[in-house]
Design a protein around this ligand. Structure first.
Ligand SMILES: [Zn+2]
Length: 351
């Protein structure tokens, strides 16, 4: 295993950002290759600790000459966001200088060729970081971007072109749900990892071995040793299932039994009022149309000071907020509906 330090120039004199990259060389040039990164939203740490638990497994595999395809691992993908504190609170989702989401504005290339990447030498540090992350991952058969939600189940975003081909991966990882999407107009890292393969010859796209996904490892507070160990097992099982690592002791996962939900079915449930949230439901709960999801206490102690929110359709709760304070119009939760949502915002990649 080789460790290198990447360096991203900052936007003012004396400022630069660094992050480590770990590379395992593959013994078989024809074997599938993999790229894993975590904490692109810099405060989302379940994936970071999963990688921490995965690394000894990869190191052992390397010592026993069982790594077939090259593997690149970036445990801290966002040193810019990592360093952002605002009045003592960490802010890892948006670049404070540009207000751009760190998981947006990635270049969506027409083909998987690094020479198509735009010149970002004067584009700002976050664009230089994104440029470099795409360079590091481009051409890898398997690209995993490890995130988490606020409070939630373990689920994957997967482009429809990779489903059901990636069902073995979802089973190997043991996630609860898969969200299928079709369009990315905003340039997520996942979009940058799959859109370049949509209009190229089959000999390049290789959909039989391609994997690209945003992994949502539950919630912000699910940074836990036991979860990290089981998530690392899931990642390792995926690498074995797809032939990147050889390990006869790993049993192939049975077929995927979790929920498969088109993104159009997700109801984001905007809060009708500002106030304090009293939830009736938590992630994983099954709800019927008309069930109460939450009560917003907007005028405490006053008659009519509570507003209830009901399920617009039947389905299950995928995520909810970890904080209980909300403004009108902010999303209360994600309801994975049994049918298409009436909410016009549904269908876009949320992470
Ligand atoms: Zn995220």
């Amino acid at each position: 295993m080789q460790k290198t330090i990447e360096r991203i120039a900052g936007d003012s004199e004396g400022v630069a950002y660094e992050f480590p990259v770990f590379r395992f060389e593959g013994a078989d040039k024809s074997a599938p290759t993999a790229y894993l990164q975590a904490a692109l939203h810099a405060g989302e740490l379940p994936g970071v600790v999963a990688i921490d638990a995965l690394m000894p497994m990869l190191t052992k595999a390397e010592a026993e000459s069982r790594i077939r395809g090259a593997i690149t691992v970036v445990p801290w993908a966002n040193p810019i966001g990592r360093a952002q504190y605002h009045f003592g609170e960490h802010q890892g989702r948006f670049n404070l200088g540009t207000r751009t989401n760190f998981n947006r504005a990635f270049p969506l290339l027409a083909a998987p060729h690094a020479e198509l990447l735009p010149d970002v030498s004067l584009g700002g540090a976050d664009r230089r970081l994104k440029h470099r992350l795409v360079e590091l991952s481009l051409g890898r058969d398997i690209v995993l971007d490890l995130h988490c939600d606020d409070e939630g189940l373990a689920y994957l975003y997967i482009h429809a072109s990779l489903w059901p081909a990636m069902a073995d991966c979802a089973a190997a990882m043991g996630v609860d749900a898969v969200l299928l999407w079709n369009e990315d107009s905003s340039g997520t890292f996942e979009g940058a990892s799959i859109m370049p393969y949509q209009n190229v010859p089959a000999s390049v796209s290789r959909f039989d071995r391609r994997v690209a996904t945003t992994v949502e490892y539950r919630g912000m507070l699910d940074v836990d040793g036991a979860l990290a160990a089981s998530d690392a097992q899931g990642l390792y099982r995926l690498l074995v299932t797809r032939g990147v690592v050889q390990d006869p002791s790993v049993l192939k996962a049975s077929s995927f039994t979790g929920a498969v939900v088109p993104l159009e079915n997700i109801d984001m449930m905007p809060s009708p009022r500002a106030g304090a949230i009293l939830y009736d439901v938590k992630p994983g709960d099954r709800v019927a149309k008309g069930d109460r999801l939450a009560t917003i206490v907007h005028a405490p102690g006053e008659v009519g000071g509570r507003t209830e929110v009901f399920a617009p359709q039947s389905g299950f709760i995928l995520t909810r907020r970890s904080r209980r304070i909300i403004r009108a119009g902010e999303d209360l939760l994600k309801l994975a509906g049994d049918k298409r949502s009436d909410d016009a915002r549904s269908g876009t990649l949320e992470d």
